[in-house]
Ligand binder design. Structure first.
Ligand code: C2E
Ligand code: CA
Ligand code: CA
Length: 499
């Protein structure tokens, strides 16, 4: 139509070209104005929408994103391959503060709490406020357990400073729980649920500043339960000992007893040291257990020695944690004194692993224990990867060869070679040898042939309660139940000699 209009108005070709140029210019101008107006309206609308969205997605009190945002971030990150961690934080005292100091103080406290958490998280970590007292941090893809624990620890230490509101100081503690996605869930809901369950465990245990983790992480639960029970067990002295006989291969007499701790737990029954000693070590509780074992065992020894003119030696296991503290020296000295036990009847078993890893402390500790008269045995020898020459530096009295070298040794030439080498080394050092975990006569025959001095193991006897041990072995020169073993040993020696 505009072309027709231009043709109608134009009187010649030049005029027509001019009209068409004006027309094009006019068209562009009008369209530009229309597009600009449209864009302006759209932008305005978008801002309004963003504002509305922002107010829905941001917590009014703290300015942090709300939980739904964290959930979206988790969902989005789950689509990528890299695992990531999520940390849930719950402020223990907030409910009480609300009751005691009122809503407005509590609101200020929550703002400060939010600020502290935000300040201590990384810039790429999404910190959001869930309902009530809870906050959540979603770490970026690739940031695993270590990161969550590290940030958790940093936030906790930030909370060691109280928060001051209107001259009132409030001290806050955090419960912390963690989940790893996708290990603990393939959807945001499951990941968050997993965090919640870990948080419940933190609350049940009332353990602040410890990051609880994962769903079905029954190990964490057991360890926690174990921790609480262990502390009670120490208070209530629930630890007892059993004793395992050590037999001299030349005389077939019981020359020693190793005291092994047993925990008489009221609900579980007897708990094995393999289960609780590592936990006690990690909690710094093992020293208290050692003291109870030492006291019980030395007291028992003292009672027996009054009736037996040739008392047996008593072995006690020391943990590496015991040896890292000076307390062990005074504990041993006190026990010996209290029960008038000459030091040389007490053998302290120290693992080869610990000796090898702590050569400097080991030397001074060993010397100080020796100064009390006590004997030192290297426990679990062969498993500690010490260089054999290292051993020459320690003034030890006995090498206890680990059971792993003894079991079925007669069938395994490599084991025979190792046992032989250890025996030669011990001879060169003038140190006695004891083989642990002897279960069969065949093993015993081999050990006897290699010249081992003493043995300990189920073949001769399992660990027994003190009354049972006393009934069987104390004050007895010949143990009837050992006689069949002695006969088999002699018969084999006779055969070997070509008899
Ligand atoms: P360990 O010092 O090497 O103690 C020997 C372990 O082997 C004992 O297990 C004993 O019952 C077991 N055993 C002895 N003879 C045989 C055998 O012929 N065959 C087999 N299969 N096993 C045998 P237990 O009493 O369960 O102790 C395990 C470990 O717990 C001990 O190993 C020691 O490392 C630690 N432990 C035990 N009592 C104490 C203690 O009072 N303090 C510390 N710190 N650790 C202890
Ligand atoms: Ca031992
Ligand atoms: Ca051992």
């Amino acid at each position: 139509f505009s072309d027709q209009l231009a043709a109608f108005l134009a009187t010649n070709k030049q005029e027509l070209a001019a009209y068409q140029a004006y027309k094009g210019f006019g068209f562009v101008t009008v369209m530009s104005v229309l597009v600009a107006a449209g864009a302006y309206l759209l932008e305005h609308r978008r801002e309004q929408v963003t504002e509305i969205l922002h107010s829905i997605r941001t917590d009014a009190l703290t300015g942090l994103p709300v939980g739904a945002v964290a959930e979206e971030v988790i969902e989005r990150q789950l689509e990528r391959d890299a695992p990531f961690s999520v940390l849930l934080l719950d402020v223990r005292q907030l409910a009480r503060i609300n009751d005691a100091l009122g809503r407005s103080v509590c609101d200020t406290v929550i703002q400060r709490v939010a600020q502290r958490i935000r300040d201590n998280a990384g810039p790429a970590d999404v910190v959001a406020r869930l309902e009530g007292d809870k906050f959540i941090i979603v770490f970026p893809p690739g940031a695993g357990e270590e990161r969550a624990r590290g940030i958790g620890a940093r936030i906790c230490s930030a909370f060691s400073e109280p928060i001051t509101v209107d001259d009132t100081e409030v001290n806050l503690d955090l419960w912390l729980a963690m989940a790893i996605a996708p290990r603990d869930g393939h959807t945001a809901a499951v990941v968050l649920d997993s965090c919640e369950r870990a948080l419940q465990r933190a609350k049940t245990a009332d353990q602040v500043c410890t990051v609880f983790s994962g769903p079905g992480d029954s190990e964490t639960r057991t360890v926690l339960k174990l921790e609480a029970d262990l502390r009670r067990a120490i208070r209530e002295q629930q630890f007892g000992i059993v004793l395992q006989p050590q037999i001299d291969l030349h005389t077939f007499r019981v020359v020693g007893a190793e005291a092994l701790v047993r925990w008489h737990e009221p609900h579980r029954g007897i708990v094995s040291p393999a289960e609780f000693i590592p936990v006690a070590e990690s909690l710094g509780l093992v020293g208290d257990i050692t003291n109870q074992v030492l006291e019980k065992a030395v007291e028992q020894w003292s009672a027996w020695s009054r009736r037996d003119p040739e008392p047996i030696r008593l072995g006690i296991n020391l943990s590496g944690v015991d040896l890292n503290s000076k307390r062990i020296i005074s504990s041993v000295a006190a026990a010996l004194n209290r029960h008038r036990m000459p030091g040389h009847y007490l053998t302290l078993e120290i693992t080869e692993t610990w000796l090898a890893q702590n050569p400097e402390i080991a030397l001074s500790i060993v010397e100080r224990l020796r100064a009390l008269g006590a004997q030192i045995a290297v426990d679990d020898f062969g498993t500690g990867y010490s260089s054999l020459s290292q051993l020459t530096h320690f003034p030890v009295n006995c090498i206890k060869i680990d059971r792993s070298f003894v079991t079925a040794a007669h069938d395994v030439p490599e084991k025979v070679a190792v046992l032989d080498a250890i025996k030669r080394l011990a001879d060169a050092l003038g140190t006695k040898t004891l083989a642990e975990g002897v279960e069969t006569v065949d093993e015993l025959i081999l050990l006897n042939r290699l010249g081992f001095d003493e043995v300990q193991g189920f073949l001769f006897g399992k660990p027994l309660s003190p009354p049972e041990f006393e009934a069987r072995y104390v004050g007895k020169r010949v143990i009837q139940e050992f006689e069949p073993i002695r006969k088999q040993l002699h018969a084999s020696a006779y055969r070997q000699m070509g008899g």
